[in-house]
Design a protein around this ligand. Structure first.
Ligand SMILES: Cc1ncc(COP(=O)(O)O)c(C=O)c1O
Length: 327
């Protein structure tokens, strides 16, 4: 799948796939599995490492010397972009939405240690920051650099196909373990990861339900975003896949008070994963997705024996930026 695409091998793949033998029965699921993309390897792992393999593949093919991207102050995506830039000898410019903190911690601290240049925009909306990505890229080009702009969350065709390929990896592992996953629960932010999974399932002819748990936006916006990303990707790779209308589920019941705001429910989910399995979730993404999984199960929406997968997408460094709220 997508074998002809430029790709830099960065991640430690395949990531582990294993059962959650303690947590599962605790929440009424006897067949609960996890895919450990918190262990993709690049500087504390995360889902963006898979995406960056193809994104950086394209950037190097275009002889880029600088990666420019955007995100929140505690962006996992920005931290992984900074790390891969260091690895590949590229300059990295991060445009961050929010106030510059008095002291650095978590992802921001790591990004700086990886040599990224950071700029803060406290008043920008998400859309304004995307526009800024274009203008900063133009300025850098005028200055004689060769910048490669990466949208928030690497939600671009190169990033999407990475998760289609990841589905092939999962399918192989599940078959080896003699299980057929019927449902995947994953955190959705820019929705690129979920879009890639749906694309992969389509290419593999795999009838698996993919439930995106929104961490910021409402369901309608999420579904539209997933569909748009899939359309853009099928247009970018017409030889690999025909256009199709996907069935998309984005659940917005677990957003809480908004992006980056830790809810009591997400905190409990983080504690439950930690105490039963020794697995660390994060306060912004996977904590909310895990809350979604737990609530769906306790509400009886998932059959006890139905093979279900929680796709861990990383985010560990943000735990340290939320240390107070997590106590
Ligand atoms: C830890 C973590 N999980 C999930 C997501 C959501 O991924 P996506 O933006 O592809 O929906 C992100 C990034 O935004 C993330 O950092």
């Amino acid at each position: 799948m997508f074998e002809q695409q430029a790709r830099e091998r960065i991640a430690f793949l395949p990531t582990p796939f294993h059962r959650l033998k303690n947590l599962g029965p605790n929440i009424g699921l006897d067949n609960l599995w996890i895919k450990r993309d918190d262990l993709t390897g690049l500087s504390a792992g995360g889902n963006k490492t898979r995406k960056l393999e193809f994104v950086v593949g394209s950037a190097l093919r275009e002889y880029a010397d600088t990666l420019v991207t955007v995100g929140a102050v505690q962006s996992n995506h920005c931290r992984q972009t900074a790390a891969v830039s260091a690895m590949k000898g590229l300059r990295c410019v991060l445009l961050l939405r929010g106030q510059e903190p008095e002291s650095e911690t978590g992802n921001l601290l790591m990004s700086r240690l990886f040599g990224a240049e950071t700029k803060f925009y406290p008043d920008d909306t998400f859309d304004e920051l995307q526009e800024r990505l274009t203008s900063v890229t133009e300025t850098l080009t005028e200055l004689g650099l060769r910048p490669f702009p990466i949208p928030a969350g690497a939600a671009m065709p190169e990033g999407i196909i990475a998760y289609a390929v990841a589905m092939e990896e999962l399918k192989t592992q599940a078959t080896e373990q003699g299980t057929d996953i019927e449902r995947i629960v994953v955190a959705s932010g820019t929705c690129g990861t979920q879009a890639g999974m749906i694309l992969g399932a389509k290419l593999l002819d795999w009838d698996v339900q993919i439930i995106g748990v929104s961490t910021s936006i409402d369901s309608e916006t999420g579904v539209a975003r997933v569909r748009k990303l899939i359309d853009e990707t099928t247009e970018a790779y017409p030889d690999e896949i025909d256009k199709f209308l996907p069935k998309v589920t984005v659940d917005d019941q677990f957003v809480g008070e908004g992006y980056g705001i830790l809810s009591e429910g997400a905190k409990s989910a983080i504690e439950l994963f930690g105490k039963t399995e020794g697995i660390l979730l994060d306060p912004v993404y996977t904590g909310k997705a895990a809350l979604g999984l737990i609530r769906m199960s306790l509400a009886g929406d998932i059959d006890r024996d139905s093979p279900t997968l929680f796709w861990h997408t990383g985010g560990m460094p943000a735990v340290f930026a939320y240390a107070k709220e997590l106590q």
